[in-house]
Each structure stands twice: as C-alpha cells, then as structure tokens.
Design a protein around this ligand. Structure first.
Ligand code: MG
Ligand code: MG
Length: 261
C-alpha cells in the first residue's frame, strides 16, 4: 500500500532530508586521500545526533553503521572500514536520518582527489539521470516514466543500469511502497499522485549492469569490478509537480562547484 503524505508530513520529511544534506555537506570537505570510511562514519553519526536526529541506517535490518560507503566497484550498501581512501577513488556515501518520526535518505558519489575523465563522466551522467527521473514525477505520469527517463539516458551513454536494487517510497519507514526501478517502460507502473514521496536513486555502472553481493552479506559490487555511481534525492509531489526535499547545495558549496554543473 502506498502511503500518501499531507503537507505537514512532507515538511517533517524535508527536515530529516535536509539534515542528511547538511551531514553530506559536512563530509564533503573530509573526503580526501588518507581518510577512512569509518572516520567519515563517526563524524556523520556525531553530526546527526548533535543536530537532533538519529542515524537512520544504524540498526536498520541490523546494518552496523550510520553511513553506507561504497568505493569504486562497490555499488551500494558498503560497510565503513579502516581502509584509507586513495587519490582517484570514488565513494558513494548514502546516509539516513530519522527525526520527528520521519526518515530522510539520500546519497552522493564523491571523487577522492583527481579522478579519471571516464569516471568523472559516469558521475555527471548518473547525477543528470537522477534529475531527469525527478522531472517525470508529476501527477498524470506513472512510476515507469521515472524509470524510463533514467534508463534511456544512462544506457545511451553505454552504461549498465543496476536492476537488483531500486528506489522506494519514504516516510515513517525508510522503505515504503512503491518500488522505483531505474529501468522500465514509459507509462507502466503505479500512477503518480499528490502527496507521493519517493527516494529516487539511480545506481549506474561504467561496465555491465551485473552485480553481486560480497560475503559480508551487505556490499553490492559490480561483477566486472568496474566503477559504479549512485545519487539519491527525496522528492514529494506537491501541486502536481516534483519538489526536491533534499539538496546537494551544501556538498557543492563545500566542493566549490555550486552552479557549475
Ligand atoms: Mg539511500
Ligand atoms: Mg534509498
């Protein structure tokens, strides 16, 4: 069952989403060669608690940390560890917050120092596909319109669209109905209605779409071990149109790239 939200509930989700945005913005200047993902995780947990939230992932389905940190070929659900990041790596940082009974959940893939042009392009295209998907989240459309927009744009660049993991509804639970695949047919799936709140999150591979899970029971990694990118926003349908509740502005201000992409 899809749980549609009223304006008040959407504002509460926005507050949680924006605390995630500020957390990612704080992390943006910490992501550099030599830092470990566990150090980033500790910073994020302290920041969230200092700002009146609770980490949304910690303990959820028994996940052990505040962040999912997925490096290079890791797609999503990577567990923070004490391995330092290296120049040229990319790391997807996915973060959740629970506050006032509602969740925020969003993610950004960061470059560690200078990265190759090939991977830079993968990040740009994946982020762009997220916004193309969001544009389709309006009344009258269907979930498949979001899926199609993401798939057609990223596959046109020759990338692989991960199918095993999907976006989702968001609210009092981290994962609500409906599922939002990053692949699909135009005009298919559930109709988009006022008050729908989704976490839209393309997971796009430089190589083929195939992934596997590591023995840790969490980490999803590309089968061909080529890099993957992941960007996620929380979006509500307000007055028939998509309203993005989260923001990359804090990140892009910290990185000095705001307005440049
Ligand atoms: Mg997420
Ligand atoms: Mg999500």
């Amino acid at each position: 069952m899809i749980i549609y939200k009223n304006r008040e509930e959407i504002e509460l989700i926005r507050e949680s989403a924006l605390l995630v945005s500020r957390t990612l913005g704080m992390l943006a200047s910490e992501v550099k060669p030599g830092v470990t993902t566990l150090q980033l995780d500790r910073l994020a947990e302290a920041f969230i608690r200092d700002h009146g939230g609770e980490p949304g992932f910690l303990g959820l389905y028994d996940f052990p940390n505040t962040l999912c940190t997925s490096v290079n070929a890791q797609v999503v659900h990577g567990i923070p560890n004490d391995v330092p990041l290296n120049e040229g790596d990319v790391v997807s940082i996915d973060c959740g917050v629970k506050m006032n009974g509602f969740y925020g959940d969003h993610a950004y893939t960061f470059a560690v120092g200078e990265i190759s042009e090939e991977v830079k392009k993968l990040l740009e295209v994946t982020k762009k596909s997220l916004y193309l998907g969001i544009e389709q989240m309006k009344t009258g459309n269907r979930i498949g319109d979001i899926s199609y927009a993401i798939q057609s744009f990223t596959e046109a660049h020759g990338y692989g669209v991960v199918r095993e993991l999907v976006g989702h509804g968001l609210g009092r639970s981290m994962h609500e109905k409906p599922e939002v695949p990053n692949y699909g047919r135009k005009g298919s799936g559930k109709r988009i209605k006022e008050g729908l709140v989704l976490a839209i999150e393309p997971m796009i591979n430089l190589g083929t779409r195939h992934v596997q899970q590591l023995d840790d029971g969490w980490t999803i990694i590309t089968r061909d071990r080529k890099p993957s990118a992941h960007f996620e926003h929380d979006v509500a349908v307000v007055d028939g149109k998509p309203e993005i509740l989260s923001t990359f502005d804090y990140i892009e201000e910290a990185l000095g790239i705001k307005g440049k992409n």
